[in-house]
Design a protein around this ligand. Structure first.
Ligand SMILES: CC(C)(COP(=O)(O)OP(=O)(O)OC[C@H]1O[C@@H](n2cnc3c(N)ncnc32)[C@H](O)[C@@H]1OP(=O)(O)O)[C@@H](O)C(=O)NCCC(=O)NCCS
Length: 162
């Protein structure tokens, strides 16, 4: 089984809409309209096996040194096969290539992110996130998602020695 990640294109919008909507209806992902997907398609990646769509994710810029992984999902029949890992690795590498050192997510899948090198952090350390998005969320006063963060060495920046 060879899983490939690639940047999403306009042809992927309907498939992205379906998977995100499915998880949104279960309350584990924020919904995205087709219009939003079209506007932000450059931020999305898709995972495929022999051209069959098996998962997706996106990387949203929140600040000069911070991006957020959003809309991370693997199709029901393909969970637990390491595809989520592959998508996260691809998105983290994308952040590194863009020179961005902090990659965060708000999630219920904490173990999954910890296995991918993320650490649990306080949400309040991300004022960019709170002010830009959370004020529009109906769960803003009772948010139960956990913030996770991974530091990466952006391209052109020497690895830390400690
Ligand atoms: C979370 C998700 C992306 C992981 O992708 P995946 O391809 O199934 O995961 P992988 O096969 O790469 O990794 C599996 C490991 O992650 C862990 N994991 C998967 N989903 C998890 C979840 N919801 N909560 C905690 N841990 C989870 C599993 O325990 C598994 O560990 P194990 O091998 O010790 O059993 C996928 O399960 C999914 O689409 N879930 C629904 C949408 C969602 O919750 N997205 C995250 C929003 S940020």
């Amino acid at each position: 089984m060879t899983v490939t990640c690639r940047k999403a294109t306009e042809q992927d919008i309907e498939t992205l809409y379906d998977i995100i909507q499915g998880y949104a209806e279960q309350g584990i992902m924020l919904p995205r309209t087709r219009e939003t997907l079209a506007e932000q398609i450059d931020t999305f990646v898709v995972a495929v096996i022999d051209d069959q769509f098996v998962g997706c994710g996106s990387l949203t810029r929140l600040g000069q040194d911070l991006v957020e992984i959003r809309s991370l999902g693997v199709t029901e029949g393909h969970k637990g096969l390491g595809i989520g890992n592959i998508i996260v690795d691809f998105l983290v590498e994308e952040a590194r290539q863009q020179g961005i050192p902090k990659v965060m997510a708000l999630t219920y899948a904490v173990n999954f992110f910890e296995r991918n090198g993320f650490s649990v952090v306080q949400k309040e350390i991300f004022p960019e996130k709170v002010w830009r998005d959370c004020i529009h969320c109906k769960k803003q006063d009772c948010c139960d998602e956990i913030a996770v963060l991974k530091m990466v060495n952006p391209i052109g920046v020497a690895a830390s020695s400690n």
